[in-house]
Design a protein around this ligand. Structure first.
Ligand SMILES: Cc1cc2nc3c(=O)[nH]c(=O)nc-3n(C[C@H](O)[C@H](O)[C@H](O)COP(=O)(O)O)c2cc1C
Length: 469
């Protein structure tokens, strides 16, 4: 929920969508003369960007992440390498430690798949970052849709789509138990007892509990290695929009990243997810919806259109086709006939993406050959003057969107341009914040530091008291 005093326009949140890699979303753009993303190993690039985002009062920087190659599990990866398409990539959580040091308010959101880290290790890493950043961490929970990622972690291939979400359920159960249940609020005392050193006590074992989790995939004894951080559980984000994905979001997510072709389908998605959250006992306004959008800004509409045409010249069809994960037969790994109608594709990996492409197409029967153009030119792109962009964003806000997940063409230029030219107009209209609220990320977004009682993770608070005796 975006807090606003009644009578004032509702403010949107802003998140900068990035990845610690060369080519994240707008494939081919790394070749643009202004693009610096090829230098993603440079700490300076990211620290400067983070400072720019704070200057623009962005709420979060949000790192995508993948642990394998797009394309068939054991196929050729020459396009991945040539395009630098999310490969090579570096760990965002390491980078966020550095960003935390040069920022004060920016939310630090990163993607981590249930596939990649054991929940015990992951819970400690997140708690560490949440301690060090004063409670600014968010976690985008993903289940991994790359066949090759599964193979990197010892599996034959991907688990079936809905099974991956069941896996995520258990993963969350483990980390919730560690974050919420293992340590009581009064466990950490840190009393040096200067007058009676023999009575010094750092932490009280009676208020620290094993969790003794035994489930289908994990056995975790506990206690949690970290004491409770400011938020305990990081702000939970999620990005899938299939039936299983939306149900998962309704149960767990505090932020959902969405890509959506039009206002009506966005409104419907938001309303149905909020209704499902209500059914699972949550306050439907404890979920914020962040819509992905990419901006092309000009002093005049003509200038913006000319700039868009210039950006188009750098787009790579090969890159978009590979990223879509839809241009080859998932069983054989063979490329699909470009004339195959999208309506005939079935996908285990990208249910919502495919549905969205079909909705987006002006052609009622789009084909595989249309995927690249659909993705590149139409996906969330808003072209215009800052004032025109503000009008469009006000429309999205009125459709129920809470925030914008700003995708970039070039790093750091796309964000510098947005912060310098668009944010001031949005601030003047009351659509963007001028100052940060104090406190942890969850307080900034929802008004409270820790999860509300109605969130399923809170069931574990106090649940293990007495279990060790
Ligand atoms: C805005 C956005 C960001 C995403 N970021 C990642 C990511 O960083 N890593 C990843 O493995 N999947 C990412 N995904 C994919 C989703 O987690 C999910 O696997 C995908 O949308 C398919 O889920 P569904 O079948 O439930 O729709 C992202 C999706 C969206 C819409």
């Amino acid at each position: 929920m975006t807090l606003a005093t009644s009578g004032e326009p509702r403010r949107l949140r802003f998140s900068a969508f990035v990845m610690n890699t060369n080519s994240h979303i707008q494939h081919g753009l790394w070749r643009h003369p202004d693009a610096q993303q090829h230098d993603f190993g440079s700490l300076k690039l990211w620290l400067d960007l983070a400072r720019t985002l704070e200057r623009g009062r962005f709420d979060t920087i949000f790192f995508a992440d993948v642990l394998g190659l797009y394309g068939p599990g054991d196929g050729d990866f020459s396009v991945n390498a040539r395009e630098g398409l999310q490969f090579p990539n570096n760990d965002p959580s390491v980078l966020l430690g550095a960003i935390a040091a040069v920022t004060e308010h920016l939310g630090l959101v990163f993607t981590s798949s249930v596939l990649q880290a054991h929940p015990f290790e992951f819970a400690r890493r997140v708690s560490t970052l949440d301690h060090l950043s004063g409670g600014r961490v968010g976690w985008n929970v993903v289940t991994s849709a790359q066949e090759s990622a599964a193979r990197n972690f010892g599996f034959e291939g991907l688990e079936e789509h809905d099974e991956r979400y069941r896996w995520a359920e258990e993963y969350l159960e483990v980390v919730y138990k560690l974050w919420e249940g293992s340590w009581d609020d009064d466990a950490l005392i840190a009393d040096k007892a200067p007058d009676r050193p023999q009575d010094a006590i750092y932490a009280d074992a009676r208020s620290i509990h094993r969790i003794n989790h035994v489930g289908a995939r994990y056995r975790v004894a506990g206690p949690h290695q970290s004491s409770p951080s400011p938020q305990r559980t990081p702000v939970i984000f999620q990005a899938g929009a299939s039936a299983a994905g939306s149900a998962f979001a309704a149960r767990h997510a505090e932020g959902q990243f969405i890509l959506s072709p039009n206002v009506d389908s966005t409104r419907a998605l938001i309303e149905s997810t909020r209704a499902a959250a209500s059914v699972s006992g949550r306050d439907p306004h404890d979920i914020s919806f962040f819509l992905g959008a990419a901006f092309v800004v000009g002093d005049t509409e003509e200038a913006a259109l000319a700039k868009a045409a210039e950006l188009d010249e750098y787009l790579s069809s090969d890159g978009f086709l590979l990223h879509s994960n839809l241009a080859f037969d998932p069983k054989t790994g063979e490329p699909l006939d470009p004339d195959t109608p999208l309506s005939q594709l079935s996908t285990e990996t990208n249910v919502s993406h495919l549905r969205w492409m079909r909705e987006l197409s002006p052609d009622p029967d789009p084909r595989v050959r249309d995927l690249a153009t659909l993705a590149a030119r139409l996906r969330g792109r808003i072209v215009g003057t800052p004032e025109q962009i503000a009008d469009r964003l006000a429309d999205w806000r009125d459709a129920g969107v809470d925030g914008i997940n700003v995708m970039n063409w070039v790093l750091p230029g796309s964000f510098e341009e947005f912060v310098d030219h668009v944010i001031p107009v949005l601030q003047d209209r009351g659509i963007a914040q001028r100052e940060y609220e104090p406190g942890p990320l969850r307080r900034k977004l929802f008004g409270h530091d820790q999860l509300p009682e109605s969130h399923p993770a809170r069931a574990y608070r106090g649940a293990f008291r007495g279990a060790d005796e």
